[in-house]
Design a protein around this ligand. Structure first.
Ligand SMILES: Nc1ncnc2c1ncn2[C@@H]1O[C@H](COP(=O)(O)OP(=O)(O)OP(=O)(O)O)[C@@H](O)[C@H]1O
Ligand SMILES: Nc1nc2c(c(=O)[nH]1)N[C@H]1C(S)=C(S)[C@@H](COP(=O)(O)O)O[C@H]1N2
Length: 177
């Protein structure tokens, strides 16, 4: 039997990791992906503080040890001093995928004038695609709806698992298919 698809969800938040508030954004990533994907998959969840070493360790562990084909982070993308998720992402990636951040910022600008404050990016580590989302719970669906149409094909090109999606929820695009 083919191995089950694993997707990493990493919430980067000092306050959520300290228990000051509940992690709504990580839960929103999980429920959005549940709605998109018809292929069976397992979520691998991590909740870390805004610390580069903790973020890098979580990303490496999810990709290298868990074998996730996709890792989605939330939080720590802004200009505040402790926002270091894009740096941690770049540090563990072999190659960057700048189109994801460009599209998510353009899409977010339709909702908030401060969208350009997010330094969110994406990149490839070995067989996995890592995508940063802002910390705001409302940003999750807005950003994922924008970029997810290209995600299954990206994972095809990385020779990862074939992600099947619900066409009534999200229209994915595979060139030539
Ligand atoms: N994981 C989360 N769950 C629920 N709400 C969140 C989460 N992350 C951020 N938020 C909300 O979004 C707002 C903007 O995010 P902000 O940039 O202040 O947080 P952050 O830097 O990502 O998280 P933190 O300050 O906890 O490290 C926050 O005031 C908070 O209300
Ligand atoms: N879709 C969307 N993108 C957004 C926002 C938002 O509310 N919705 N907030 C912006 C703001 S105000 C900031 S400071 C940055 C960074 O957020 P983060 O540090 O929580 O990741 O994301 C930006 N991008």
């Amino acid at each position: 039997m083919a191995e089950r698809i694993k997707i990493g969800i990493v919430t980067v938040s000092d306050r959520a990791s300290a228990g000051v508030y509940e992690d709504i954004s990580g839960a929103a990533i999980n429920s959005t992906l549940q709605q998109y994907l018809t292929s069976p998959w397992t979520a691998c969840y991590r909740l870390v503080a805004d610390e580069r070493d903790q973020i890098e360790a979580a990303l490496c562990q999810l990709v290298d040890d868990e074998g996730c084909c996709l890792v989605v982070t939330t939080g720590g993308t802004g200009p505040a001093k402790r926002d270091v998720t894009p740096e941690a992402t770049a540090a563990v990636c072999d190659r960057m995928m700048p189109g994801f951040g460009e599209l998510m910022r353009a899409e977010s600008l339709k909702y908030v004038a401060t969208a350009i404050l997010s330094r969110q990016t994406a990149g490839l580590r070995h067989q996995a695609l890592i995508i940063n989302l802002p910390g705001k719970p409302s940003a999750i669906r807005q950003c994922l709806d924008a970029v997810f149409p290209a995600v299954p094909y990206c994972i095809d090109l990385l020779e990862g698992p074939y992600l099947e999606c619900d066409g009534d929820v999200i229209t994915v695009f595979r060139p030539g298919k």
